[in-house]
Design a protein around this ligand. Structure first.
Ligand SMILES: Cc1cc2nc3c(=O)[nH]c(=O)nc-3n(C[C@H](O)[C@H](O)[C@H](O)COP(=O)(O)OP(=O)(O)OC[C@H]3O[C@@H](n4cnc5c(N)ncnc54)[C@H](O)[C@@H]3O)c2cc1C
Length: 433
């Protein structure tokens, strides 16, 4: 049986369509459906077209917006008046005939019948399915009153920026990347900012206490206050946010509450399927979704923040990585592998076994500090070394596991990190002992 479908849905780039594929479409001419319409979905669609797949391709996304870039949400979108057009990814000619179904939430999937069901009740058959539903913000378990914010979507950021007026008092719960970035942006806008977090230092989990303490020092220099080693006991205010009571009994008054306490994987729509949904969706190194019995599905793939896959650059453990380059790298991989499966040209078996070792990379901007990292610093066994420079200035910090470099973080350095990046890669390919 050929895998090549014979029809194609057509509409303009990122133009939203409400058309639905009729229920009775034979699976051989059903589209490839990508659920989630963000970076991972876009890069997968582009890569599928590059791989030669010319058949129907539908992207179903819950947000009303065409794919846009999230990193500016905690930075420029809060500090300037930009809207969707400033952060939208450019539409490329290769994906001009992709059908975009926006403002449509997928509520369930039937892997045997090969369908997904949207929130309007309509079923959409698929020939192959790509899971690209990413994450949503975790919320504090507190009464829903006005003045509570998170920052995951463009609409979240636009709602928050209206409240970041000079003199406003912002209480940030969470000291991870998003918490620290939003805190820095709010402070630059003239807000009073207090960060509340359970850890001993900000960013302690991804970067360790040494770099975390240095970043705290830099935030404090700019007037950010910290309440570390504390958790939230209660919210103050009946109708609108007035402050937080901490576990110590201490009260922090405020006008705006930002919750940056991590994320929840958007896997609800896959509940009841056979897929392994332990922390995201388990995939093999070809990014085929894996069931709890270990079966890898040739027609179901996972990309982006939600994909938990093994990266033999480090070891055989499957992990999720919430960095901007991962939706792109996984999207390209799925485009190639799934493209080969759809083409049915004999190349699939070889592609599936090919190593997939993307280099995790992220950056963060907090006040004048550019943080750049490669590898997985959190894998360190506690052996953290200053490789170059001084902690209080521009510095490169190495993270070692069993005496091997697994991550590097630079404060105020970029190109200088490339040799260390190379060391991490070389280690993976066995060029270093
Ligand atoms: C505020 C912020 C700042 C960031 N800054 C940086 C940075 O500086 N550097 C860096 O490396 N990374 C950064 N990141 C991380 C980076 O943006 C993410 O890794 C990337 O956006 C993940 O893309 P994705 O396509 O996997 O998922 P997402 O971008 O989360 O997209 C998933 C999409 O799926 C949709 N969806 C979910 N469920 C359903 C459903 N059931 N049906 C239909 N659609 C659904 C969602 O609405 C969403 O649009 C930042 C992230 C945020 C939120």
């Amino acid at each position: 049986m050929s895998n090549q479908p014979s029809t194609s849905a057509r509409c303009r780039p990122f133009e939203s369509s409400s058309s639905a594929v009729p229920d009775a479409v034979p699976v051989t001419i059903a589209p490839v459906i990508i659920v989630g319409a963000s970076l991972g979905a876009l890069r997968t669609a582009e890569a599928l077209r590059r791989a030669g797949y010319a058949g129907p391709l539908t992207v179903i996304g819950e947000e009303p917006h065409a794919p846009y870039n999230r990193p500016p949400l905690s930075k420029e979108v809060l500090s300037t008046g930009v809207s969707h057009s400033a952060v939208a990814f450019p539409a490329r000619a290769a994906t001009a005939d992709v059908e975009w179904m926006l403002s449509a939430r997928v509520v369930s999937a039937d892997l045997e019948a090969r369908t997904v069901t949207a929130d309007d009740g309509r079923k959409h058959p698929w020939r192959a399915l790509v899971i690209a539903t990413g994450l949503r913000s975790r919320r504090l378990d507190l009464p829903l009153i006005a003045g509570r914010h998170t920052v995951r979507t463009l609409d979240d950021a636009m709602a928050l920026r209206d409240e970041l007026v000079p003199g406003a008092s912002v209480v940030m719960v969470g000291a991870g990347f998003i918490g620290c970035e939003v805190a820095a942006t709010a402070r630059k806008l003239g807000c009073e900012v207090t960060i509340v977090a359970p850890g001993a230092e900000p960013l302690i989990r991804p970067l360790g206490a040494l770099v975390g303490a240095e970043l705290r020092r830099r935030h404090e220099q700019h007037g950010v206050s910290f309440a570390l080693g504390r958790t939230v006991a209660a919210i103050l205010g009946e109708v609108a946010f007035e402050g937080l009571q901490l576990d110590t009994g201490e009260v922090i008054a405020g006008d705006v509450l930002v919750e940056a306490i991590g994320s929840v994987c958007n896997t609800d729509w896959l509940d009841g399927t056979s897929l392994d949904l332990t922390d995201g969706v388990l995939a093999d190194s070809a990014l085929r979704a894996v069931s709890t019995d270990g079966t890898a599905h040739d027609d179901i793939y996972v990309v982006g923040d939600i994909a938990r896959f093994p990266n033999r650059m480090f070891d055989d453990v499957a992990r999720r990585i919430e960095h901007w380059n991962i939706p792109t790298d996984t999207g390209k991989r799925v485009g190639a592998v799934l493209g080969a499966w759809l083409a049915d040209d004999g190349s699939f078996a070889e592609l599936v076994t090919r190593e997939f070792t993307p280099m995790p990379a992220f950056w963060s901007n907090q006040f004048e500090v550019g943080v750049q990292a490669y590898g997985l610093p959190a894998l360190t066994d506690g052996d953290i070394r200053i490789l170059q420079g001084e902690l209080s200035g521009a510095v490169a910090v190495g993270y070692y596991r069993a005496d091997r470099l697994v991550g590097v973080v630079g404060l105020g350095l970029k190109a200088e990190l490339l040799p260390y990046r190379q060391q991490i890669t070389a280690l993976a390919s066995g060029k270093l002992t």
